[in-house]
Design a protein around this ligand. Sequence first.
Ligand SMILES: Cc1cc2nc3c(=O)[nH]c(=O)nc-3n(C[C@H](O)[C@H](O)[C@H](O)COP(=O)(O)OP(=O)(O)OC[C@H]3O[C@@H](n4cnc5c(N)ncnc54)[C@H](O)[C@@H]3O)c2cc1C
Length: 634
Amino acid sequence: MTKSDKKLGMDRPITRRDFVHGVGTIGAAVAFAGPLSACGEKTTSKPTEYPPKFTGMRGNHDSSFTVAHALSREGKTDWGPVQNIEDQYDLVIVGAGISGLAAACFYRQKRPDARILILDNHDDFGGHAKRNEFEIGGRTYLTHGGSMFLTSPYGYSDVVKNLLSDLGVDFSRLVKSVDFGLYARHGLYGAFHFNKEKWGRSATVGASLSYAFNGPENPNISAKEMIDQFPVSQKARQELLHLFTIEADQLPDLSQEEKVAYLKKTSYRDFLIQQIGVTEQDVFDFLQDHTADMGLGIEACDAYLAMTYAGMPGWPATGIETYEKEDLTGFHMFPDGNASVTRLMVRSLIPDVAPGNTMEDVVMAPFDYGKLDQSSSGVRIRLNSTVINASNDGDGTQISYVREEKAYRVKAKKCVLACNNAVIPYICPELPDEQKEALSNQVRQPILSNRVLVKNWHAWKELGIQEVLAPGGFHTSIGLNLPMNLGGYSCPQEPDEPTIIGMFRYPHVNNEGLTAQEQFRMGRHELLTTPFEDIERHIRTELDELLGNHGFNAAEDIEAIIVNRWAHGYAYSHNFHTLFDQDYDDPDDKRYPHVKGRKPIGNISIANSDSGADAMLECAIDQAYRAVSELQAV
Ligand SMILES: Cc1cc2nc3c(=O)[nH]c(=O)nc-3n(C[C@H](O)[C@H](O)[C@H](O)COP(=O)(O)OP(=O)(O)OC[C@H]3O[C@@H](n4cnc5c(N)ncnc54)[C@H](O)[C@@H]3O)c2cc1C
């Protein structure tokens, strides 16, 4: 152990390594999986592990992708003797994410007695909608491991609204659960953090921006006061001030439609050069990764999206008047993010799994994972089970999967593939080549979404910050957990209390002329080859640099770390990548790869958010409805 690692506390016995590098995960999986007999499926009733409390490497934890990668990368097809499972199902669903669980709900609406088996390769259900749960001093701290909130739910389709309503989700109640004023009441606002390694000196500067960056701004700081504190050249300061304060329309000769068309085909970087006159490298470096939420830097992200979605500065220069910054006070969110939506679905499909029947009581309801896969239940969720083949077989289907290194085959009348598109060509070889190619086109955006439980938040209070954007950092966004109170869960109110810090990285490759798909593949490689220890070191180093002068000490103050690794994250969205892809306006245009890719074949249909080319929860549900409708029409 190096001296610097010791100072960071890399040797401290925090809860982080109990499930690192697959060893603990496999052990835990075995502990709660329950035995399968050669010809039937036994009930699991013994006390079980509770995955939301696992720490260390989570999200796509190590053992979750071993089988799928052996199949897709090494062409492995032989997992030894296959055990045929005698139980027959009406429906097998591949993937226990939002889409797979919604598919089960829709199928049961039409056929309440249908026997359904849901298979997922992870040790927890929910797909990206995972719950992270910490416990310290007898108190529970909740947060989202991936999918966070319901975005603009009043605009959801009736299909989505009805399903959520059936599950008990009340938007007007949900929106009140976020206490937006808490941090402002403590005098905490958004800021930028410049790290010493990249910027020559370390500086944390309050954010004062209009039309710029989604995040909590500090109303007490003017744009000039803020920019004057940036560790950048004098010329860069002038250019930034011009960018943040520009009012004049720089595109006066274009109609409103032409302006939008121009912005959608121009990178934000080129917009800065062509319309704002930016020349300084410091300016580009400062702005470079603030679009990274969409997976790309400013040279690969179109100017329209950069300003409307990511809130980048310069909008008045477009002369377009219609854009209004999103009102973040309208956040609709559970304390564990969209994990509660999946918990509601699981509880409605398998009532034995948890007590209660409301949106409120699901938040703290104890979930018994031993009840997920019981022979007495009409719906069963089998975790740690990677599907390796789904085929039409006579007038039904047969599905093979690997679990604990053994292969099983199960028969079902129908099958919904609610897994990500990229794996479908490998597990469903009977698909036509053109469809396989279309499915492979949907490369998901990788995301690292880390959570750190700390003893208190005094340093944040002293600094007057609640969230920083960190240009050039390993994590480009670092902030206190969104304060939420719902269903008996209450968030930390005072800086003396432990709290959760969120740290985000969106791996991509800047300025090398790569397409979105190429960048996402490289980002995925980065995520899958970076060990937990390296990420922990980044976490400790960055928190020490940000907060170290204000009483925080990473070696002493970190209680636990969860790294949520999403190698296959957001679904690929064509209208997000207009610099690389054709934008056909209609999301169901038959020329789109996702539309070509989602055609059913025999008794197998395809759900999941990839098949709607939109990463959001509502798309995952809409696509589940379509996939189930297609099966019922067969
Ligand atoms: C970090 C992050 C934050 C997000 N935030 C939001 C948000 O705030 N709001 C929002 O609406 N959306 C958000 N999303 C988008 C999210 O992807 C969708 O909302 C939704 O959860 C997608 O559901 P899905 O079922 O389509 O896919 P997934 O969640 O990916 O579920 C598919 C499941 O199938 C499994 N699977 C794949 N292959 C196999 C196989 N061969 N055998 C068995 N199982 C398999 C996968 O491992 C996975 O568990 C976020 C995503 C990420 C990664």
